[in-house]
Design a protein around this ligand. Structure first.
Ligand code: ATP
Length: 250
C-alpha cells in the first residue's frame, strides 16, 4: 500500500530524514520507535504532504502511484489519514460539524443525522464534547479521542497515528485501542483487510491492544533496524537506544 524509497527530507534547510526506506502492505500495521527528535513525526508529516517538509531525494508511492509531489488534499482524498501528536485547536468549528463534514464527504448526497454522529462519538466516550469547538480546552487524552473520532468519520485507508496512547488513561486506552482496531479492520484476517497503519509509540502501550506486524527503530533520521515489535520493544526497554547503534540486527 505504501512504499518509501531513499526518502530524504529537509525542513527550513535542515536535513531531518536521511535515506528512509519502508514498505507497508495492505492489511499490515507497522510500529515506529525511536528517541525524541529523531524524525518520526517528520516522516508522518512528509507522507501526509505537509508543504514545509521538502523531499530533496527519494520517492513515496501509495498504491503504486508516485505521490511524492502530490498536494496534501489529494493525498487525503486518496485515503491517507493522520492523527497528529499536537493537533490545532479550531475555534468556531464544533466537533459535531467536523464529524458531519467528514462523514458527508465520504457519503456524497447523504444527509448525516445527529444520531449517526452521536453513535460514532459514543464509541470514544465523546458525546458530550460534540458541541464544543474542536480540541478547544480538551485535555491531552480527550484530544487523542477527538482526533480518532474524526478519523472514524473519514475512514482513511492508510492510517498514521502519532503517539495515540500518550496521555490516555487506563480506561480510555481500551476505547482508543478498539477504535484503532476498527479503523484498521483488525477483526478481519490480514489478507482480507484493505486498511493499513503506521503507529508511533514510545512505550508501546497501544500495542497491547493493537497488534503490529513489524516495527522499525529510527535514529537521527535513518531507519536503523526492523523486526518483531514485541522483541524490539523488549530490547529497547532493557538496553536503551544506545545498544541499537551496535546491534547485530542492523
Ligand atoms: N522548522 C524546523 N527547523 C529546524 N528543526 C526542525 C524544524 N522542525 C522540526 N525540526 C527538528 O527535526 C527533528 C525531528 O523532529 P520530529 O518531531 O520529527 O521528531 P520525533 O522523532 O517525532 O520526536 P518526538 O519523539 O519527541 O515526538 C527535531 O530535532 C526537531 O527539532
Amino acid at each position: 500500500m505504501l512504499s518509501i524509497e531513499n526518502l530524504t527530507v529537509e525542513v527550513d534547510d535542515k536535513r531531518i530524514l536521511n535515506g528512509v526506506n519502508m514498505s507497508i502492505r495492505e492489511g499490515e500495521t507497522h510500529a515506529l520507535f525511536g528517541p525524541n527528535g529523531t524524525g518520526k513525526s517528520s516522516l508522518l508529516f512528509t507522507i501526509a504532504g505537509i508543504p514545509k517538509y521538502k523531499v530533496t531525494d527519494g520517492k513515496i508511492y501509495y498504491k503504486r502511484k508516485d505521490i511524492t509531489d502530490a498536494p496534501m488534499d489529494e493525498r487525503a482524498k486518496l485515503g491517507i489519514g493522520i492523527l497528529f501528536q499536537h493537533p490545532p485547536v479550531i475555534r468556531g468549528v464544533k466537533l459535531r460539524d467536523m464529524v458531519r463534514i467528514s462523514m458527508e464527504s465520504r457519503n456524497p448526497g447523504k444527509k448525516i443525522t445527529d444520531e449517526e454522529i452521536a453513535g460514532l462519538a459514543r464509541k470514544l466516550n465523546l458525546e458530550s464534547f460534540l458541541d464544543r469547538d474542536v480540541n478547544s480546552g480538551f485535555s491531552g487524552g480527550e484530544i487523542k479521542r477527538s482526533e480518532l473520532l474524526q478519523l472514524l468519520a473519514q475512514r482513511p485507508e492508510f492510517v498514521m497515528l502519532d503517539e495515540p496512547d500518550s496521555g490516555v488513561d487506563l480506561v480510555n486506552i481500551g476505547l482508543v485501542g478498539n477504535t484503532i482496531n476498527e479503523l484498521l479492520e483488525k477483526e478481519k484476517k490480514t489478507m482480507e483487510r484493505t486498511k493499513s497503519g503506521l503507529i508511533i509509540t514510545h512505550f508501546g502501550n497501544i500495542l497491547d491492544f493493537v497488534k503490529a506486524d513489524k516495527a522499525y527503530v529510527m535514529m537521527k533520521g535513518k531507519m536503523l533496524c526492523q523486526g518483531n515489535p514485541v522483541e524490539l520493544l523488549d530490547d529497547i526497554r532493557k538496553n536503551g537506544y544506545g545498544e541499537c547503534m551496535s546491534c547485530m540486527r542492523r
